[in-house]
Ligand binder design. Sequence first.
Ligand code: LLP
Length: 452
Amino acid sequence: MTATDLTAPVPPTRTPVPVPEFSVWPATATEEPGGRVLLAGVPLADIADAHGTPVYVLDEAEIRDRCRTYRAAFPADGADVHYAAKAFLCRGLVRLVDEEGLGLDVCSAGELELAVTAGFPPERILLHGNAKSPADLAAALRLGVGRIVIDSPAEIARLAAALGPRGHQKVMLRVTPGVGAGGHAKVRTGTDDQKFGLSLRDGHAQHAVARILDQPRLELTGLHCHLGSQITETKPYLTALRRLVGLMARIRDAHGVVLPELDLGGGHGIAYRPGDPALDPTALARGLRAALAESCAAAGLPVPRLLVEPGRAVVGPAGVAVYRVLAVKTTGGRAFVAVDGGMSDNPRPALYGVRYAPRLIGRRSTAPAVRTTVAGRHCEAGDLLAEDVDLPADVRPGDLLAVPVAGAYHLSMASSYNLVGRPPVVAVRDGAARLLVRRETLEDLRARDVGL
Ligand code: LLP
């Protein structure tokens, strides 16, 4: 990670106080009496000045803390926690996740190469994907990835052939347990009517198991399922677990094979706005352990090693997006505050109708609150970051607005729409800031456009 001019500790000007409405912010968030908001002791306004806006700020302590909560909830003697890299990945984060003892879940050669070249042990990586390309599989075999999660029958023969006569690869099979869960239809993946996995109900999963077991170069270590994303209750996980243990028992009966691992995927929900429900990893772990012990005892199976793959719940709440206000107007009876980012750095409101709680962070305002729509800068009416939020009536161009809970699925899904470069990522810790990913410049964008 590159040190920047912001590495020197920044002493707070006055003693900041924790503020209750920071409930969805990282635990280090504080506000000075003048209204400036600090993260890990670093004023967000200073980061905006040093790096420009929009800028994404990641609170390192919050990420580490969340990793540790997962490690404590799913201890290493019976479980593994794999961080789902699709939520957000950069080399700094790879190092952090490694230091905290988590594994990684990747779903492309790109995520895999980035992780391994940043020093992540390949044996602690799982490769997913409903349509893995030849390049994905080649990278997985070349780099020695720990597990490949098979998602379709064609992959079995392809993988066995790619391994060659002396090759060996641990694999899992992705099964759809027929459980619908998740915050939006587009991210529900546990039912039979969508593109991921093979159905437990219609026999396709059992058939694929038989084919994998027929391949001497493939070692089937277990079953996998991922029900969906932004799930806030334990119950769907318990239902899926029981169904998968049922399948494990049928596999034992049909083939005499006892699978040693069970991966229940990720999807653990977080609060985006104060008062939103969230899934507690510790309660989830407790519920899963009890259900696993009970269903394995009933089926006469040994308890398998449990794997989970949280992405959002590890990095989401650790990220804050900081924008500069560019325009303010009231038109058609609606108050608009337009900022210098939008759907290019955060497509989630447009894609899933997700609601955020932005706030003014550079100064204190005593103006009354007005119902405001925070708009992005892109050329679409649907480019709105937050609709109907309360912001002070005197918000004006030049002000800074921050959107908390911005650490997951913003930058990993960002685009260069309208040729607006993607924002930088800055990590904060103990009063110091470090640049993790620099801003995408017009030069970057121009460089890949080779012209006529
Ligand atoms: N494991 C697998 C196999 C997955 O497909 C995913 C997410 C995860 C784990 C991690 O899920 P998480 O714990 O982060 O919810 N773009 C959407 C989310 C898509 C999730 C895709 N798969 C969003 O912005 O909400």
